[in-house]
Write a protein that binds this ligand. Structure first.
Ligand SMILES: *Cc1c(COP(=O)(O)O)cnc(C)c1O
Ligand SMILES: [Zn+2]
Length: 429
């Protein structure tokens, strides 16, 4: 099965092994599958037949990985060439308190923080590094708010390739920075914000023959489509009404739209869920553009506690607009207080996530209150990253540093004697 790189803007096609991230016209590229040729080859049964099995010594990623299980729809490649850490297979949680909080009985949280390096970025990175290896790249690189660099560092190490990560100085959560350093990536701290780092990495990679694995890279988005395939399969191919996700650089929004479009075209599903992309109010260029019906392409100087979506000039802008068109989708924005309270709810339910992830829960709640999502609809929200990614934000919220923390669970100071401890415990339970 052959794939090509196809321009969103002018439809020009390029060979899939061209090292390029944009069309000559400047447009974004898609990995283009020949859906007519694929249709007779894929079915619900094919993918269902690959499920299950405990991890064993002879695991092959084409069955055990929640990305490569759908390889026909992702990247046609030989099993031996795949760089995989058994990504995906993430849980779909429900909890009465989260249903109550969002106002939706059938509320589910798909926990992408359960991926190997703790975020959904692994789904894209397994595909991106596999492609880099196939093309004989000399090194791989990305600019990142944190999770992409953590993931790139791990997968590059697995593949035995040098990794370069560009991060905005001082604006990256501790968990993420520690991962990039620990996995051995060469880490460049840029004296600027994420958008500056992004511009620099794109320039330098082209000059130095380093393969760029930002979400600009269309192969990463193919892997991220598997989040949707897993959701659809988890619901026995009866899609939920809504998929709600945090939106920063808009790679995931774009990937979700493409996955749903292709799944429908291939006859795997009959109806499309609606996508709701949620931005942080202080980093909401896509929301603001949406409010002008995309007549204006707005960029901002981004500021939010949710560092993973602190992005003012999203790379996948046009792809994300297309995703909304395909799925009758919409965009909403939520404040940092709403994000942190929603995070406290998710954390307190025993599930846990990083701040950006909770935007999807806060957004669901807001859309239900606005009457856009109905209480009897089925909603899957995406928890994009793990609780342990950003311990600083969590501790600040619970210890009084976060001003409007409505759900703070502050530690209790107590003298070191049994009576005091006994008295305090009586007030706590
Ligand atoms: C990358 C990331 C996002 C944003 O996804 P985009 O594809 O850039 O819109 C949200 N949450 C977490 C935890 C992330 O790592
Ligand atoms: Zn073009």
């Amino acid at each position: 099965m052959t794939i090509t790189l196809k321009c969103l803007t002018c439809q020009t096609e390029y060979p899939a092994d061209d090292v390029r991230y944009r069309c000559d016209c400047g447009g974004l590229l898609d990995v283009h599958h020949d859906l007519d040729a694929l249709r007779p080859l894929v079915s619900r049964g094919l993918f269902d037949g690959r499920l299950g099995g405990a991890p064993g010594p002879h695991d092959v990623p084409t069955t055990t990985s929640g990305v490569w299980r759908y390889r026909e729809l992702v990247l046609p490649v030989n099993a031996g060439d795949i760089v995989s850490r058994r990504e995906g297979n993430t849980a779909l949680y429900r909890h009465p308190r989260l249903s109550e909080y969002t106002g939706v009985t059938e509320f589910f949280a798909k926990h992408e923080g359960e991926n190997p390096t703790g975020s959904f970025k692994d789904r894209g990175m397994t595909v991106g590094t596999t492609q880099a290896k196939l093309m004989g790249a000399r090194a791989v690189a990305c600019a990142s708010t944190g999770n992409t660099s953590a993931s790139l560092a791990a997968y590059a190490a697995m593949a035995g390739m040098p990794a370069l990560v560009f991060i905005p100085a001082g604006k990256i959560a501790a968990g993420k920075l520690s991962q990039a350093l620990a996995y051995g990536a060469k880490t460049l701290q840029i004296d600027g914000d994420f958008d500056d780092a992004m511009t620099l990495v794109e320039k330098v990679c082209n000059e130095l023959g380093v393969y760029l694995l930002n979400s600009l890279n269309p192969f990463r988005l193919e892997g991220q489509k598997a989040i949707v395939f897993e959701i659809l399969q988890g619901f026995q191919w009866n899609p939920p009404d809504w998929i709600v996700l945090p939106a920063g650089n808009l790679g995931n929004t774009s990937a979700f739209g493409k996955a749903l479009f292709e799944a429908k075209e291939l006859g795997l599903i009959r109806k499309l869920p609606r996508i709701a992309s949620i931005q942080a109010a202080g980093a909401s260029p896509f929301y603001r553009s949406y409010k002008t019906d995309f007549r204006e392409h707005i960029t901002v100087k981004a500021e939010t506690i949710a560092t993973a979506i602190r992005i003012g000039n999203p790379v996948s802008y046009e792809r994300a607009i297309r995703a909304l068109e395909w799925t009758d989708g919409l965009v909403e924005s939520v404040t940092d207080d709403e994000i942190m309270d929603a995070k406290a709810m998710v954390d307190g339910a025993g599930i846990g996530c990083e701040p950006a992830s909770a935007a999807s829960v806060a957004g669901t709640r807001k859309l239900v209150r606005a009457g856009v999502i109905h209480p009897d609809e089925t909603v899957v929200s995406i928890l994009t990253g793990n609780l342990l990614k950003d311990p600083g934000a969590t501790v600040a919220y619970h210890t009084g540093e976060w001003e409007n923390a409505r759900l703070a669970n502050a530690p209790v100071k107590v003298a070191a004697d049994v009576d005091s401890v006994r008295r305090v415990i009586e007030t706590l339970i």
